[in-house]
Design a protein around this ligand. Structure first.
Ligand code: F6R
Length: 611
């Protein structure tokens, strides 16, 4: 997905911008570009390909300005090419713009501008923006200090869709204007300098103090000042907030890949997510939420809405919420939910899960739920992300920045947080305190049990070496183990490009067993003692048909299976947090055996800010 970086200060902007772009590479992109101002002139250098390609261009060596904007593009309108990459100029080269998001009405605006003799040189939706700014700027007869901002606000008022923008003007060579609307953007406050980014980790090594921009707020940044305005040009008072992320937590810390590092960070990310929310001698506490028994009694249905891995965490959350709170809970994929007129009203609680807090479908589903009167909770990993501005209540997983595209530690943190939320509800509802106490004890044991799972990885690696050339695999489980099968199957597809299917084990004989033949690998997950025997029978059926079996279990199983990975016993409601870990590693080792780019799998982006 596209990434934005900007700098205004006394230093040479280019190395800071290039460093920021490199840190955004994990988001996925196909071209990159940079613009700086020097001697009141805007210089742009851009290219298709990686940031390293951009760096090797001869012209970039001459960029010496102390003010600049930069971008990595993930193509939406028009192919990856130099012409389509950002920054984009207006026809007179007076304004340069980088843009994240999609302008939905760009064809209408292009027609409007074409009728006014503007020409277009790219296939992008973005190119209309600098030209629209130019149109308003050149038609404004007032020559005051807000002329640049006025042109930008007027242009933005015409835009439909999502946008985070950085804008340079040759008429105001000591300023950068920024704005956001449904697309992330933060400003890092330095000492006589300001940094801009779509993603906090990109500039975290320069500052920890951030101005968080809300939708439709504009910033005029100079080296010494950061002034903020609403769309009517009224000044807004904004204080910088300190973001307590360690900059080294955004680096690889000696691991070969971010994904491996993030898998191994799970004891800590889980501990941080539990924090002081759970203790054995007091009630569960969740910051920012103050539900009453009366309110929770009035709720007759919970929806959990999310995409991909976050949705899989929601499937685990459903099991816990129904089991301990007794509230019917449905899980839905955000891109389906938003278009299917779901039955929700003021008696519905909708929980949205999003690691990034920026997923377009999830945010749209949230807006829809609010418009129907539901109470909404966002579970996210990113403080100040878009979803937190929309939801009635926001709760944070404290997993730290997740850089690898394939989500690992965010998933386990989400599952833990959903269990904590269920306990919080159950305590308010005064439900079965014995059961809750047991669950609380198990939650507190999680960090050390996860550590234990991470100690024995040789068998997983060995099995990955045996099967990495395969074309298809199956993941089977029942009950909560089936939710893990779905997440494990997604992980394998994402980073190893092996086709895989997850099935409830009992469903196998209703069709998919036709695909089982000699040497197909079937992964079985067995953590629920009530269901294990039944899953074992299903696995026996695939063994009879020649399949190789790889089993993740906390039960004593016989040795008909080719490989058995034992994990510690835990309350079944929490077992996904342990059983997914060997399977995260399994996908990781297969991907490594195949020599693939684990952290940046093809076609995928970390933050999916378009639908
Ligand atoms: C898979 C993965 C994706 C995300 C999905 C939602 O490893 O990371 O499936 O879970 O794109 O992203 P967020 O959680 O940021 O809303």
């Amino acid at each position: 997905m596209c990434g934005i970086v900007g700098y205004i200060g006394k230093k040479n902007a280019k190395p800071i911008l290039i460093n920021g772009l490199s840190r955004l590479e994990y988001r996925g992109y196909d071209s990159a570009g940079i613009a700086t101002i020097e001697d009141d002139k805007i210089e742009v250098v851009k290219s298709k390909g990686r940031v390293s390609t951009l760096e090797s261009i001869e012209d970039i060596k001459n960029l010496k300005g102390t003010i600049g904007i930069a971008h990595t593009r993930w193509a939406t309108h028009g192919k990856p090419s130099k012409e389509n990459s950002h920054p984009h100029f207006d026809n007179s080269k007076s304004f340069a713009v980088v843009h994240n998001g999609i302008i939905e009405n760009y064809i209408e605006l292009k027609k409007f501008l074409t009728n006014k003799d503007y020409k277009f040189y790219s296939e992008t939706d973005t190119e209309i923006i600098p030209n629209l700014i130019h149109y308003y700027y050149s038609n404004d007869l007032n020559d005051d200090s807000l002329k640049f901002l006025r042109a930008v606000t007027k242009a933005c008022s015409e835009l439909k869709g999502s946008f985070a923008l950085e804008i340079l003007s040759k008429f105001n060579p000591t300023e950068i204007i920024v704005v956001r609307h449904d697309s992330p953007l933060v400003i890092g406050k330095g000492d006589s300098e300001n940094y801009i980014s779509s993603d906090i980790p990109a500039i975290l090594s320069y500052t920890k103090d951030f101005y968080i921009l809300n939708d439709d707020e504009f910033g005029i940044l100079t080296s010494k000042t950061a002034n903020f305005y609403d769309s009517n040009l009224n000044k807004i008072n904004k204080k910088a907030v300190n973001i307590d992320w360690n900059s080294s937590s955004a680096e690889k810390d000696g691991y070969e890949d971010f994904m491996l590092k993030e898998i191994y960070e799970q004891p800590n990310s889980i501990r941080e997510t539990i924090g002081s929310r759970i203790s054995l001698d007091s009630k569960c506490y969740i910051e920012n939420i103050d539900f009453t028994k009366r309110f929770l009694k009035s709720i007759n249905k919970i929806y959990i809405v999310a995409c991909g891995t976050a949705m899989h965490a929601g499937l685990c959350g459903k099991v816990v919420l129904e089991d301990i709170c007794g509230i019917p809970t449905e899980v839905d994929i955000a891109s389906e939910f938003r278009y299917r007129n779901p039955i929700i009203d003021e008696k519905t609680l909708v929980i949205f899960i999003s690691q990034s807090g920026e997923t377009a479908d999830t945010i749209a589903a949230l807006k829809l739920s609010k418009s129907k009167g539901a109470t909404t909770i966002a579970i996210t990993n990113v403080v100040g992300s878009s979803i937190t501005r929309e939801a009635d209540y926001s709760i944070y997983t404290h997993a730290g920045p997740e850089i690898a595209v394939a989500s690992t530690k965010a998933y386990t943190a989400q599952v833990v947080l959903l269990a904590i939320l269920a306990i919080y509800f159950a305590e308010i509802l005064e439900i079965n305190s014995d059961k809750l106490l047991k669950l609380k004890k198990s939650i507190l044991e999680l960090p050390s049990l996860v550590k234990e799972v991470l100690k024995n990885t040789d068998d997983i690696k060995d099995f990955a070496k045996k099967v990495y050339k395969e074309k298809d695999m199956f993941f089977l489980g029942r009950g909560i183990d089936y939710t893990v099968a779905r997440e494990a199957s997604l992980k394998l597809k994402e980073i190893s490009y092996i086709h895989s299917e997850a099935y409830p084990a009992g469903e196998l004989k209703h069709g998919p067993i036709a695909l089982i033949e000699n040497d197909v690998t079937v992964v079985g997950i067995l953590t629920d003692s009530h269901l294990s025997k039944k899953t074992i029978s299903n696995l026996q059926e695939v063994i009879t048909r020649g399949a190789k079996t790889f089993i993740i279990t906390n039960q004593n199983v016989d040795n008909d299976f080719d490989n058995v990975i034992k994990i510690p016993k835990i309350n079944t409601l929490l077992s996904p947090i342990l059983s997914i870990i060997p399977l995260q590693l399994f996908s990781y080792y297969i991907s490594k055996e195949k020599g693939l780019d684990v952290d940046k799998p093809r076609n995928l982006a970390k933050s999916v800010t378009v639908e």
